[in-house]
Design a protein around this ligand. Structure first.
Ligand code: PBG
Length: 335
């Protein structure tokens, strides 16, 4: 845009379009709607339990029997999709992550509970081994190395099990090479051609996942870090290559993760590919805003809404966010 196309001051006064609420509404470039939100939910064993997660104030792990109520709430608020994450019993975690392949594992039972009670809500599941792996990694660890191809073979089986439980969208979040193509093929061969893939295409090795690892109970287990498979936060061109690879392998939608510190990546991805692009406002981003708000250092509601519109402005079609129900309620009340 050529700035000289504007009349100079005093003919041009940008403040004219900010004078009052109605005119700001009229010229607003981007909007946020509950339909843009995916609500990540932590699931646990037991009955009638809502267990607060200390490092994510305001977020709880809920038992499977409470999920239908929560799904109804999402539907009523206009939130289209839940992303379910299991806190697996530590006794079920093994080096081969076998529980990931159990069609009756926690996340599969949770998925069936939601889809049976509230078929009109979408369910997304992570394809990755970290909730099931005794060493906390997304892949299989052998002699200190995360082995790629062996992991991909397991991810394919995990994806088929999850699709069988009724998941609508699968999110490979493991960052193994070649996984999207392999998972797509496995799903198709198993009769799940309609299950969509939203790949965690540009997923960075980030400190902002800390509270999530508390929530699913993988923090204590994690040996080392995830830098041999998740991306270096210093890289941007590489994110475009990762997205191109995943799209060429059959991803229907792509994700950038974390969110706010990586808005430049969101914008580049949207501009370069024009495909449905999502960002994950991760646990640590949520915790930062919430901690400051609870200390009285920030206006929590305003910070929440400002952070969410930033994703839309950066080109994202949607956002995975722990704020989903609160933001949707606020949007409803404002309408
Ligand atoms: C695991 C996974 C992680 C998140 C989503 N899926 C953590 C990780 O990669 O260690 C993070 C989400 C969050 O922090 O909110 N594959």
């Amino acid at each position: 845009m050529d700035p000289s196309l504007h009349a100079p001051f005093p003919a041009h006064r940008p403040r004219r379009l900010r004078r009052s609420g109605w005119i700001r509404d009229m010229v607003r470039e981007t909007r946020l709607s509950p339909a843009d939100l995916i609500w990540p939910v932590f699931v646990r064993e037991g009955r009638g339990i809502e267990e607060p997660i200390p490092s994510m104030p305001g977020v709880s792990r809920v038992s499977v029997d409470l999920l239908p109520r929560l799904a109804e709430e999402a539907l009523a608020l206009g939130i289209p999709c839940l992303a379910l994450f299991p806190q697996t019993d530590p006794a079920l975690k093994t080096p081969d992550a076998a529980e990931a392949l159990n069609p009756d594992n926690l996340v599969c039972r949770a998925t069936r509970a939601v889809k049976t009670a509230v078929p009109g809500i979408g369910v997304m599941l992570d394809v990755a081994l970290d909730p099931y792996n005794s060493d906390g990694h997304d892949g299989i660890l052998r002699d200190g190395v995360i082995v790629n191809d062996e992991t991909v073979a397991l991810l394919c089986r995990q994806a088929v099990v999850q699709a069988g439980a009724g998941a609508d969208i699968l999110g490979p979040s493991d960052m193994m090479d070649g996984r999207v193509a392999a998972i797509r093929r496995a799903l198709d061969e198993a009769g799940h051609a309609d299950v969509a893939i939203l790949s965690y295409a540009a997923k960075y090795a980030s400190a902002f996942y800390g509270p999530f690892r508390d929530a699913i109970g993988s923090a204590g287990a994690l040996k080392g870090d995830k830098k041999t498979y998740q991306m270096d936060p210093a890289n941007s061109d590489e994110a475009l290559r990762e997205v191109a690879i995943d799209l060429s392998e059959g991803a229907d939608m792509v994700m950038v993760k974390p969110g706010l510190p990586y808005l430049d990546i969101c914008r580049r991805v949207k501009d370069a590919f024009g495909v449905p692009t999502f960002a994950y406002q991760v646990s640590g981003e949520y915790a930062m805003i919430e901690a400051a708000a609870r200390n009285g250092w920030l206006d929590g509601e305003r910070a929440m809404m400002e952070s969410l519109i930033a994703f839309r402005r950066a080109g994202c079609d949607g956002i995975l966010t722990y704020f989903a129900p609160r933001a949707a309620r606020l949007l409803r009340d404002a309408a």
